[in-house]
Design a protein around this ligand. Structure first.
Ligand SMILES: *Cc1c(COP(=O)(O)O)cnc(C)c1O
Length: 447
């Protein structure tokens, strides 16, 4: 294709028709791609149709990158790629109500003057965590950075080598420490750290002792580390703060759902930890947030740190978290979406699977009911999987193509392949989505 043959922007836009994207965005993409073609034109030959096809594919990719709901059939309850915890109806009502009105975010209705931001939420979280006080920042990483900067800027953070972990993408404990201006003081070995190791490392320049919950992996075999109580006693004797990064933030007993026990904030604090940090949008089932709970003096000091202001949450997050905390405090946690999903009875899942399989009769595929091993995910309970029921599909078309079509569906449906079948775990599919699942499976299987 010569320079002269490269189509004009206007003509291309006309030919593309409605792409479902805002026009200025499409124009910008077309301009960019045509400009790139002009550079290449001298060296290569490109068909006009190929230009249009390439543009369509670029625009389709861009369109698919818009944040949109997906149906999660992976059985991973808190999936970081899927926005972690989905919110339940009560939190959504709150979002609509608070988001669409003025509110008393920083206004004291009793005194008629400026008031504390999210004062109720802080009290509620403190009670939920069995803590003297609590506060909230943007996420658990921010909570950790705030704590580290405030208590250990330019000083040493004593941490076991077994806890220098990477949690998910781009979150490595040593890097977070460094970014906070703290110095890493590793103690012990990967699989074994003793109280003596901690004791020897504590000195004049110690800012704090950090314990990190090994949330996304499990170490077995010859493994030893001191009890939280022992480290807490040592920290107290040496007068250094003892912080535990719990990560996942269960506030209720996870064994109730057939999972292994996940340490709760209240437990850690009872064992003598001074502050805990955990995520709002993992097992807790709230919006993205980082909760800090523990000693009132430390929490108050953190809130006075100028850096706190840069990490504060907005009204929507705070109000959705407030509703989530209230549900737990009122014993209505079954309405927290993550808990609703975890608590769904196996018989119910099986009944739904039967309905789906029956509804697929006549489609060019083989459908059957299978078993799933769902996981909490999101860096929680590495060993724990829960019982679940799957719909297993063997389509006549290649499995990869089938999965690709389901991802291209609106809304996209995402599952996993195992032993030649495409599986959808119904525990993470919301019951009202079952009809959509049936329709999308039929569409995707078509020959
Ligand atoms: C998930 C996790 C974090 C990071 O939490 P975010 O809310 O994603 O910032 C930190 N520490 C632990 C132990 C975690 O599991």
């Amino acid at each position: 294709m010569s320079l002269r043959d490269i189509p004009q922007v206007e003509k291309v836009l006309q030919e593309l028709g409605d792409t479902g994207l805002p026009r200025p965005l499409v124009t910008a993409v077309v301009r960019r791609e045509l400009a790139a073609l002009r550079k290449k034109a001298a060296r290569t030959t490109i068909e006009r149709d190929a230009v249009i096809t390439a543009l369509r594919s670029t625009l389709a990719t861009l369109h698919a990158q818009r944040i949109q709901p997906v149906i999660n059939g992976t059985g991973i309850l808190v999936h970081t790629n899927f926005g972690r915890a989905p919110l339940g109806p009560r939190a959504i009502e709150t979002l609509a109500d608070i988001g669409s009105h003025y509110n008393n975010l920083e206004y004291d209705l009793t005194g008629g003057a400026r008031g504390g931001r999210a004062a109720y939420l802080e009290t509620a979280l403190a009670v939920l965590c069995g803590a003297e006080a609590a506060t909230v920042v943007n996420n658990c990483a921010a909570a950790l950075v705030l704590v580290l900067r405030h208590l250990a800027l330019g000083r040493e953070v004593v941490i076991s080598r077994g806890e220098l972990v990477q949690i998910g993408g781009g979150f490595r404990i040593p890097e977070i420490l460094e970014a906070s201006g703290a110095k890493l003081r590793e103690v012990g070995a990967t699989n074994k750290t003793t109280l003596g190791d901690y004791a020897r490392a504590i000195g004049k320049n110690t800012g704090l002792i950090l314990k990190v919950h090994r949330s996304n992996f499990f170490m077995g075999g010859f493994v030893e580390s001191p009890d939280t109580e022992e480290i807490a006693a040592l920290a107290k004797k040496k007068r250094v703060p003892f912080i535990e990064d719990l990560g996942s933030g269960a506030v209720i007993e996870t064994k109730l759902f057939g999972l292994e026990h996940e340490p709760t904030a209240a437990e850690a604090l009872k064992r003598g930890v001074d502050l805990v940090t955990f995520s709002g949008d993992k097992l807790l089932g709230g919006p993205q947030a980082g909760i800090i709970a523990g000693r009132a003096k430390l929490v108050a000091a953190l809130k006075k740190d100028p850096f706190f202001r840069a990490l504060r949450c907005d009204k929507l997050i705070l109000s959705a978290l407030q509703t989530t905390a209230d549900l737990y405090l009122r014993g209505e946690e079954s309405q927290v979406r993550t808990i609703t999903l975890l608590a769904e009875a196996m018989e119910k899942l099986r009944a739904r699977a039967e309905t789906i399989v029956t509804a697929l009769a006549g489609a060019p595929l083989k459908a059957s009911i299978g078993t799933g091993r769902g996981q909490v995910g999101g860096g929680t309970l590495p060993r724990s999987s829960f019982e679940s029921v799957t719909v297993d599909i063997v389509p006549r078309i290649p499995l990869e193509e089938f999965a690709r079509r389901l991802r291209a569906h609106t809304p996209p449906v995402i599952g996993y392949s195992e032993r030649g079948a495409f599986k959808l775990d119904l525990r993470t599919v919301f019951p009202p989505q079952d009809d959509i699942v049936v329709a999308s499976l039929r569409d995707a299987a078509s020959l």
